[in-house]
Design a protein around this ligand. Structure first.
Ligand code: GLY
Length: 565
């Protein structure tokens, strides 16, 4: 009796403690499972699935569909992405559901007679749309690893779309921007409007009946609810009527792929991330190897030496990315083992001058910053399964086009291919072969969903949106936790820089890098440019001694948040 009483009091006390900690910190703590995403409603949908007995895979699927409804600028069924899954056994696998170029695509499809990109057509209009992969990827992961019935995972999102949810200030601001400022007569004009024709205001309920019907098809028919039947037919009809080239055949042929992760180490931690067609994992591991080589733990965080070394690592990894990486199905000779090796990191740092910036030479190998509207979420469950998933529409609200009958927006991911064969410029356009357009090829991505393990158990589950900045924000957050022992919320908020080889400059978060450090970096030959914020990270850490999960969402995510139980 006494024991039970003591145990209950202790349990009650620990719950109270958890509640207090949760109430006063930028981090959320939970014992059994957690979802951290760009939208708290979607995080709660995922946690409800965990509470119902679902595993991390089930929760990820339910969260992904909920984000399509509640975070439409990046949450999607019209785009694609990547999932890194560490099972409770310590085994790691990944799912690649990156969009593909349609069958009618070609390397010069975006060029005019003079060989220049025509009307920004790799980003604007339906030629910019890649064959979506999200539904196929989620379905394949469910077939192999899910526990709860598929329909149970889609239903919460059908309900959210049908019955609606409360419009937030963050979403409303975006709604005004895309509804009023976009000249397109397409889906965006009416996307956020209620029955009275007005944009739904903060505090009012926003319903999406057309999207609810599309999601119902997916709920009932699984993968086929998107890639066959009435939804596929409407996609083809809409494409034909508006200058697009995606057909029912493209949709029917789309397959997600389960792939081995890329793997590296840093000071005894194991790092697992996404292999090509994402460049994220390879570049992350190359940079972590370079940091190990540079003994970064001996260097003060945010000092001149720190920023210099981090920027030089980024410069090198992005040059290697540009030269070598693309869809593995089209580039079987990619030197992944070499790029991931400690020896390569040693060689790559041989020409690094600790007092002087290196030079990025476009004659040797860049890319503009790219689309920043991608979204990341991290999930853990009570059995120790962990998932890091990033998916995207490329730009915010993708191509800003889609059928009113289907209620979702298409990606403009074709912009992630190298648009002009052979042309690499100092302003950042890349023309290297591995990532030229080809029918059914996947465009190179920067998404970096990552899991760091300690003793075979997940230690850090992390990722971010942000185009090419993704790789660097994930890199610096992993470094903050592993090398500088920062707790997750602080690691996420700490100063970030971005260098991507070309253009040759360091983007830095202003107010977070001292004027003295900036002067010193300029004297070393670096060009600096301030920006307000880099990255929107969503992370979870696990403390094996307390057996508690700690989650944090980046404060730059207006509607984001961690939910646990
Ligand atoms: N669309 C952003 C990326 O895949 O990197």
């Amino acid at each position: 009796m006494k024991n039970i009483f003591t145990k209950n009091v202790a349990f009650g006390f620990s719950l109270l403690l958890l509640f207090l900690i949760n109430s006063v910190n930028a981090q959320t703590i939970a014992e059994n499972g957690m979802v951290v995403s760009d939208n708290v409603i979607a995080s709660q949908v995922g946690v409800d699935i965990l509470k119902k007995g679902g595993n991390a895979v089930d929760a990820v699927i339910a969260t992904a569909f909920a984000l399509e409804v509640t975070h439409p600028e990046a949450g999607n069924i019209g785009g694609g992405g990547f999932m890194v899954f560490m099972k409770s056994t310590g085994d790691v696998t990944t799912f690649d559901f990156r969009e593909k170029a349609p069958l009618a695509a070609s390397p010069t499809m975006f060029l005019d007679e003079k060989g220049k990109i025509k009307d920004n057509s790799n980003h604007k209009g339906l030629l910019a749309v890649g064959v979506p992969g999200t539904v196929a990827g989620l379905y394949q992961a469910h077939q192999k690893y899910g526990k709860l019935p598929w329909a149970d995972l889609v239903r919460p999102s059908v309900d959210l779309a049908k019955k609606g949810f409360t419009m937030t200030y963050g979403l409303y601001n975006a709604a005004v921007r895309v509804s009023d400022n976009d000249p397109s007569e397409d889906i965006m004009k009416n996307y956020f409007r209620g029955e009275n024709g007005e944009i739904v205001k903060p505090g009012e309920t926003w319903k999406q009946p057309a999207l609810a019907k599309t999601l119902e098809q997916i709920e009932i028919h699984g993968r086929d609810g998107f890639y066959k039947g009435v939804v596929a037919q409407e996609i083809e009809d809409y494409m034909k009527a508006n200058g697009g080239i995606i057909t029912k055949e493209d949709l029917e042929k789309y397959e997600a792929v389960e792939r081995e992760p890329v793997q590296g180490t840093f000071n005894g931690y194991d790092i697992y991330s996404m292999p090509p067609p994402s460049s994220g994992g390879v570049a992350l591991i190359e940079m972590m190897n370079l940091m190990e080589e540079a003994n970064i733990t001996e260097i003060e965080f945010n000092s001149t030496a720190y920023v210099h070394l981090v920027a030089e690592a980024m410069r090198r990894a992005f040059a290697d990315r540009a030269e070598h990486l693309g869809d593995p199905d089209f580039n079987p000779e990619m030197p992944l083992d070499k790029l991931l090796s400690k020896d390569f990191a040693k060689k790559r740092f041989e020409n690094l001058d600790l007092n002087k910036a290196s030079i990025s030479d476009p004659a040797q190998y860049g890319h503009p910053y790219g689309g920043d509207h991608t979204t990341h979420f991290s999930v853990v469950d009570k059995d120790g399964n962990a998932i890091s998933m990033t998916y995207t529409l490329e730009n915010s609200y993708g191509v800003k086009m889609g059928s009113d009958k289907l209620g979702f927006i298409f990606n403009n991911e074709m912009g992630d291919f190298n648009p002009v064969p052979g042309q690499t410029t100092s302003t950042g356009q890349i023309g290297s072969d591995p990532n030229l357009v080809a029918p059914e090829k996947r465009m190179l991505s920067s998404m970096t969903p990552t899991i760091v393990a300690k003793d075979g158990k997940p230690y850090l589950v992390i990722g971010s949106p942000g185009g090419r900045t993704i790789i660097n924000t994930v890199f610096q957050t992993v470094l903050n936790v592993l090398a500088y022992d920062m707790r997750i919320d602080r690691a996420i908020e700490a100063m970030k820089i971005h260098h991507q080889w070309l253009p040759d400059m360091i983007l830095y978060e202003h107010n977070l890098l001292s004027p003295d450090t900036r002067d010193a970096l300029q004297k070393m030959g670096h060009t600096l440019r301030p920006t307000t914020n880099i990255g929107v990270l969503m992370g979870i850490t696990y403390d094996a001694s307390t057996k508690l999960y700690t989650g944090a969402s980046d404060s730059s995510s207006e509607d984001g948040g961690a939910r646990g139980y």
